[in-house]
Design a protein around this ligand. Structure first.
Ligand code: ATP
Length: 290
């Protein structure tokens, strides 16, 4: 009998760099980003069933969940009475800029394709991914990628060396749409230097990577949640991070550390102050079988 359920790890991402290059007529922002999978993951369990799609994910249960929408898109072009139960255990903080919803959607697309005997090619899954959200295509591939367009046009980069991060998430999250609106009021567009990133990643030099960290959305999100600036400054000045940056539209801030031990020490300090904090590292995949 063919398999009827599958368990997957859906990995979070950070943006090692993010430049807003312009705004399209439809209101979407064009960007360039260096995206990196990290070892914080949601646990996604898929169980095939007849007809109905169900999604259980705590307060994010139901049809608004991006994983539910991914399953809906997946089944739309297949003439089938197939349904699926999706159960998600969240570990990736919500509204952190760590792409949790996108990771769950990517895991659902890959998992369903696997369970149903690969009815779609990876290119078809990538097309569904870009319809669902800007970061879903990245999460399908994972690792270290250059993303352009609205984030869906990917180009492989040399894989990042094993880097250790401490990730601090201020209690208040950032609404991504509001961050972009705030950026539009006075933010300046910019570009990333692909060749410089390629060289630094290939060299594996942590300090070179730290010197290139950049996020055009930081100032806008810091206006909305001033704690982002405070955490970033503390990481740099008091905790010896090689570099620190807000991920995506925030509010999570990552500090690039010299070693796992240093990262653990810094995390302990934040834990004592009751912050949500993680020690994690770069990983090479966006989705993995559990
Ligand atoms: P990104 O960097 O992609 O903007 P983010 O961390 O800001 O990531 P998420 O936390 O993934 O964004 O999701 C933001 C919102 O999306 C949530 O507030 C929630 O309402 C909705 N959502 C839909 N599906 C999910 C999911 N599977 N997990 C978490 N949030 C989800």
């Amino acid at each position: 009998m063919s398999q009827s359920h599958l368990e997957l790890f859906a990995y979070a991402k950070i943006n090692l760099a993010l430049a807003i290059t312009g705004r399209r007529e439809d209101g979407y922002h064009e960007l360039e980003s260096i995206m990196q999978s990290i070892g914080i993951y949601d646990f996604v369990r898929l169980t095939l069933q007849r007809e109905e799609i169900e999604c259980y994910c705590g307060e994010f249960s139901g049809p608004e969940n991006l994983a539910f929408k991914a399953a809906q898109r997946f089944f739309r072009d297949l003439n089938t009475s197939q349904g699926v139960k999706i159960e998600i255990q969240k570990a990736i903080p919500v509204q952190g800029g760590l792409g949790g919803g996108s990771a769950d959607a990517a895991a659902t697309l890959l998992g369903l394709n696997n369970l149903l005997g690969n009815p779609y090619t990876i290119e078809e899954l990538e097309k569904f991914a870009s319809e669902l959200g800007a970061d879903v295509a990245f999460c399908l591939r994972g690792g270290t990628q250059w993303a352009a367009g609205v984030g869906e046009r990917l180009r492989k980069l040399p894989k990042a060396p094993k880097l250790y991060f401490v990730i601090v998430k201020p209690p208040q999250g950032v609404d991504t749409a509001l961050a972009y609106r705030t950026f539009d009021e006075e933010g300046k567009t910019s570009h990333l230097d692909y060749l410089q990133w390629e060289k630094s990643l290939a060299s594996g030099d942590k300090n070179a990577i730290a010197s290139l960290l950049h996020n055009d959305l930081e100032q806008a999100s810091m206006k909305l949640v001033p704690e982002i600036l405070r955490v970033k400054e503390e990481l740099l000045v008091e905790n010896g991070c090689l570099g620190a940056l807000m991920s995506g539209s925030g509010s999570a801030v990552f500090g690039l550390m010299d070693s796992k031990e240093e990262a653990m020490k810094t995390a302990t300090k934040y834990r004592e102050k009751n912050y949500a904090v993680w020690v994690t590292n770069t990983v090479e995949r966006g989705v993995c079988h559990g």
